[in-house]
Design a protein around this ligand. Structure first.
Ligand SMILES: CC(C)(COP(=O)(O)OP(=O)(O)OC[C@H]1O[C@@H](n2cnc3c(N)ncnc32)[C@H](O)[C@@H]1OP(=O)(O)O)[C@@H](O)C(=O)NCCC(=O)NCCS
Length: 178
C-alpha cells in the first residue's frame, strides 16, 4: 500500500483507510439507502462491524482509500474507494458531494495508480443497470460492458478497462490483487 493519491488540482485526495478510525465516519454512508441500493443492492443498514469487515475484505485483495475533498479547514472525508480484484468500487457517501465531479476524479486517480502498478486491466464486476451515475462514471473513463447478469431480478453489468502498462517507474511493487 502506498501513500495518499492526490488530484492535480489538490482538491481530491485518496488516503489509505485506517479501519479502526474511519469506521465511525463511514458507517453513516452505509446507512444511506442511496448508497446501499446503488452499491450493495439492498437497503439493510450496515453495522460498524460490517463496514470494518468490508474494508478488511477489500484490503486483503488490494488497496482501500477514504475519499477526501479540500474544505475550508483542510481535507474532509466524503466517501471511500478501492482498487481490488473484486472491483473498483467508489462511494461518495456524503450526498451533498455527489454529482460534483468527485467520482470522476477518484476513478482517474485509481486508474493512474493501477497503471503505475502495471496492472493489465481493471474490472468493475457488478454495476447495476439502473445506476445511471455509476454507469456514466465508468463508461466515461473508458470502461466497456463485457458481460451482464442478474441479482434478485435486478440486472447488472460487468465492465472492463484494459490498461496500457506502467506510466511511472517508481510505483513500487504491485499490491496483492488476488
Ligand atoms: C456513483 C457515484 C460514485 C458517482 O460519483 P459522483 O461524484 O456523484 O459522480 P460525478 O459527479 O463524478 O459524475 C460522473 C458521471 O455521472 C453522471 N451523473 C452524476 N450523477 C448522476 C445522476 N444522479 N444521474 C445520472 N448521471 C449522473 C455525471 O453527469 C457524470 O457523467 P458525465 O461525465 O458523462 O457528465 C456516486 O454518485 C455515489 O457514490 N452514488 C451512491 C453509491 C453508488 O451507487 N456507488 C457506485 C457503486 S459501484
Amino acid at each position: 500500500m502506498g501513500g495518499p493519491l492526490t488530484s492535480r488540482d489538490g482538491q481530491v485526495r485518496l488516503r489509505p483507510v485506517k479501519v479502526a478510525e474511519d469506521v465511525a465516519t463511514a458507517v453513516a454512508w452505509y446507512r444511506d439507502p442511496v448508497v446501499l441500493w446503488g452499491s450493495e443492492g439492498s437497503t439493510e443498514p450496515f453495522t460498524p462491524e460490517r463496514v470494518a469487515r468490508m474494508y478488511e475484505v477489500l484490503a486483503a485483495r488490494g488497496e482501500v482509500y477514504i475519499v477526501e475533498v479540500q474544505g475550508p479547514d483542510g481535507f474532509i472525508a466524503v466517501g471511500d474507494a478501492a482498487l481490488s480484484s473484486v472491483g473498483v468500487p467508489i462511494v461518495i457517501g456524503e450526498a451533498s458531494w455527489r454529482g460534483r465531479g468527485i467520482g470522476r476524479q477518484v476513478l482517474a486517480l485509481l486508474i493512474a495508480r493501477a497503471q503505475a502498478l502495471g496492472l493489465p486491466e481493471l474490472v468493475a464486476h457488478q454495476i447495476y443497470a439502473d445506476n445511471r451515475a455509476s454507469l456514466r462514471l465508468y463508461e466515461g473513463a473508458g470502461f466497456r460492458v463485457v458481460s451482464g447478469g442478474e441479482e434478485g431480478g435486478r440486472p447488472f453489468f460487468r465492465l472492463r478497462l484494459p490498461l496500457e502498462g506502467p506510466e511511472s517507474a517508481d510505483a513500487g511493487s504491485a499490491p496483492a490483487l488476488l
